[in-house]
Design a protein around this ligand. Structure first.
Ligand SMILES: [Zn+2]
Length: 361
């Protein structure tokens, strides 16, 4: 979101949106795919993905009324003008210079506009909106093309493919030898013990159980055997969690928790991973910590630490205890309540585990 700049000297108010700095080839077709000005005075645009737009406003002069225009990369095929109604006198689509498309909205002279309050907002990679006037003016919608993509639309498919691709590259899970490893995942707390209770009543037991189940699914898909110490809301003491892993002779043990700060301070956020002994435990902790930080931008790195927690102290295999964020922290809690973030964390933990198994075996 970029605000208009007030520059009285040139009597221009400009908005520049630089999503990327790529300069498109001159010959490319117009990046403007569709536009509409709706009854409520909102201009909506659909463009090519990640288009670099520039928008301008000029006060009325002897030749024309107030004008707002947006330049798009790529050349328009058919310059045209469309008659306006209400506060809008005319809309013109032109090519002021070769290789560019300009959408000009000219207002009637008496229109009272407040361009200093205008904001061009990017809704996603190819959609934009800006409110031009208040609905007190009676105005009939004008537009060309489909601004809102319908489900199953090619554009939205491209979008989801793009997102999927980006996510999978970001968190591509390593391949390990199938049916070779056994991992015990320990979702902290459970049953009458909810663990930490954070902002808006978000409970540690629920968050870590969901994350643990996804970790299990992801590891299983890679041919890793996974056992959870609990699959639902049961009361499970610490010793049985430990003996469960020890009896099974698991390769690694990963206990998943979420934090709470004393006094429930909302400014305390962050992620940390504990191990108790051994370079393998420390290595596993480092791998997991690195990955969970990647999916939690802005949340502090509280580091890989030695901790004397019962479950990592008494298990015989390399064991770590992961704290995936503060349920009492403003930043972390808002994320931890979302299933998308829980999935990302699960991916991250699974990736850390697989990297460890790949390297150490
Ligand atoms: Zn806990």
């Amino acid at each position: 979101m970029i605000r208009f700049l007030d520059n009285k000297l040139v009597r221009y108010l400009s908005v520049f949106l630089f999503l990327n700095s790529a300069i498109p080839p001159v010959k490319s077709s117009s990046a403007l795919a569709a536009w509409a000005i709706k009854e409520n005075g909102v201009l909506e645009l659909r463009t090519k993905t990640n288009t670099n737009l520039k928008a301008y406003f000029q006060k009325a002069n002897q030749i024309s009324g107030d004008r707002f225009w947006i330049d798009f990369p790529g050349e328009l095929k058919n310059p045209r003008s469309i008659k306006g109604n209400g506060p809008i006198k005319e809309i013109r689509l032109g090519k002021p210079i070769p290789g560019k498309t300009r959408l000009v909205i000219e207002f009637n002279e008496e229109t009272y506009l407040k361009p200093l309050t205008w904001r061009m907002v990017g809704l996603d990679q190819n959609r934009w909106r800006i409110k031009l006037f208040a609905p007190k003016y009676s105005f009939k919608k004008i537009g060309e093309g489909l601004v809102v993509k319908r489900k199953g639309d090619i554009k939205s498919k491209q979008n989801s493919i793009y997102n999927k691709k980006r996510n999978s590259n970001y968190l591509k899970l390593p391949e390990v030898k199938r049916n070779k490893f056994l991992v015990v995942i320990d979702p902290g707390h459970g049953g009458p013990d909810p663990g930490a209770v954070g902002i808006a009543g978000i409970r540690e037991t629920d968050v870590v159980l969901e994350v643990s189940k996804i970790v299990k699914k992801l590891l299983s898909e890679k041919g890793v055997r996974v056992r959870l110490t609990r699959k639902n809301e049961v009361d499970l003491d610490l010793p049985p969690r430990v003996s469960f892993a020890n009896n099974m002779d698991a390769d690694i043990f990963v206990s998943i928790h979420a934090n709470a700060s004393r006094g429930k301070r909302r400014d305390i956020n962050g992620l940390e991973t504990f191990y108790y002994r051994g370079w393998k435990g420390k290595y596993l902790a480092k791998k997991i910590q690195k990955q969970i930080l990647r999916v939690s931008p802005g949340s502090p790195d509280r580091g890989v630490k030695q901790g004397r927690f019962y479950v990592i102290k008494n298990t015989r295999m390399p064991a770590v205890l992961v704290e995936i964020g503060f349920l009492t922290g403003r930043l972390d809690a808002r994320r931890l309540e979302k299933s998308t973030h829980r999935k990302r964390l699960a991916y991250a933990i699974a990736k850390g585990i697989l990297e460890y198994l790949y390297k150490i075996g």
